[in-house]
Design a protein around this ligand. Sequence first.
Ligand code: ATP
Ligand code: MG
Length: 424
Amino acid sequence: MLTRAPKGTRDILPAEIGRWQHVERLFAETCRRFGYAEIRVPTFEHTELFQRGVGDTTDIVQKEMYTFPDKAGRSLSLRPEGTAGVVRSYIENGMASLPAPVKLFYMLTAFRYENVQKGRYREFHQFGVEAFGAAGPEVDAEIIGLLAAFFRSLGLRQTSLRINSIGCPDCRTAYHGILRDYLEPRLEGLCRDCRNRFDRNPLRILDCKEERCRLATAGAPALLDHLDPPCRDHFDRLRDALSSLDIAYTIDKGIVRGLDYYTRTVFEFVSDHVGTQGTICGGGRYDGLVEACGGAPTPGMGFGLGVERLLMHLDAQGVPLPVNPGPDLYLAPAGDGARPAAARLAQGLRERGVSVETDLCGRSLKAQMKYAGKIGARRTVVLGDDELASGRVRIRDMATGAEEEAGLDELAGSDVLAALLVAP
Ligand code: ATP
Ligand code: MG
């Protein structure tokens, strides 16, 4: 127990942190260019927020949430996704009085009690954006465009965009009748959850992952074919907007998304290597959510992207991702007398931007050189009595063996180190 992390959780080790920092940097940079500002919200919230904001007929709330009473007896839950907390924050902090649209992005961990598999964990990472206060399809297209730009900058290929519309509550009320008529004779064949959903929210049945439910709903009438004119118009204009951005998509009438609060646009980016963990990212419009959570009626649109899945698909496609580089310089004190000077020099260089390692383990000079090779130092400098007396050192390039002489006082300003400083 003590030496095993809980099932479904994972350490991100120093050897792979370079990949994570790379995707985090690119996502934050893409969001900045598109005008989205970062928001950080709490890891846990009142359970009611997720019941309301994610929806209490969803699998997430019914089966997957980590819910616990705190010491004062309040029911709290670890966030299973990011949107509900961001919506709560938007309302609580009066962001409705800011000039619309309010465009936010986040990078956070989320928690779901799931069957653990590759690409499916109990603690996982999501990137997401939310835009509040703009009702038109232009913001839907902008957000999809943000994802397309992010994927392109990463070098991710072989993903398809699938879009659908699930209309507004009015279209859905009409459609629920049509869907129930279709499902009624097939009710016996559905799983227990879906039999319960039949009365409360039959649309959920279309999102069930049980094989028998998928079979039973395969020929069901699609909501997309029963939109009212304003919702139809929104969808048609989204299609036009995507086409003018040269963003390819397919219409997938089967996408209903796992969350209750979506209206109109829903979309997913799916890897072409299909599998149950093929969905990298899902999102949509949620015009009823802010009001459902206690705010004024406010249109909203956003997505959540699974970072582990993104990295998994980047790997599967062989997209090279940066690993952590070794230090710019290894500074080797030759003999105990040189140690204070080496420590001082390392400190000074580090403060001027050079990444420097020096000996902390009392190694011999030979062992230090071996160590410098192991940690991938790009240059080495030996600092001994001679160097200290003459004030001059030799900077050795570990890859080529080439050496260059520099004065101790000008080390950080030397050409080779200056080149290292500007190197990525
Ligand atoms: P799935 O259908 O795969 O269960 P979902 O519809 O539950 O996904 P969302 O709630 O839309 O997922 O979350 C957005 C994204 O977060 C997903 O597209 C996926 O990439 C990722 N994700 C969801 N659940 C997990 C998990 N348990 N582990 C890792 N990533 C996840
Ligand atoms: Mg899920």
